[in-house]
Design a protein around this ligand. Structure first.
Ligand code: FES
Length: 134
């Protein structure tokens, strides 16, 4: 089989309700990852994997999705965004700028309390359920 062209890492990290760093999988059901997987399969994109991921350390901007080898991070991703990411980025090579976490704030999200950017002012998703048993 040919090598994979891209990996889409979908954070499925769980934290207790009300945790200040939020939760990328608020229902604990992995809906976002399953949706990416289903949509890729429907399009026959066999060389792109939708991988379950642990914390990608962009928690306050979650739910977080990272696309490699492009090294593009998306924040605040919702199920209704999946089709656009696949169509624009994966199929046509154009990252979805409205969801892209700017490189200059990557890995600093927990320090950006005074940041007035769109990402910094988003409501942090919180887990509705207790963390899944490991
Ligand atoms: S919990 Fe998803 S990036 Fe940290």
């Amino acid at each position: 089989m040919a090598k994979f062209e891209r990996h889409i890492f979908i954070c499925m990290n769980q934290r207790e309700a009300g945790h200040p760093r939020g939760c990328c999988d608020p229902t604990g059901q992995g809906e976002l990852q399953r949706l990416f997987k289903t949509k890729l399969a429907q399009r026959g994109l066999k060389l792109v994997r939708a991988n379950k991921s642990g914390c990608l350390d962009q928690c306050e901007l979650g739910p977080t999705v990272a696309v490699y080898p492009d090294s593009i991070f998306y924040g605040g991703v919702r199920p209704e965004d999946v089709e656009e990411i696949i169509e624009s980025h994966i199929v046509n090579g154009h990252p979805v700028e409205r969801l892209r976490i700017p490189d200059e704030i990557l890995n600093t999200t927990h320090q950006n309390k005074g940041d007035s950017s769109e990402f910094a002012t988003r409501k942090i998703p919180t887990c509705a359920n207790p963390p899944l048993a490991k």
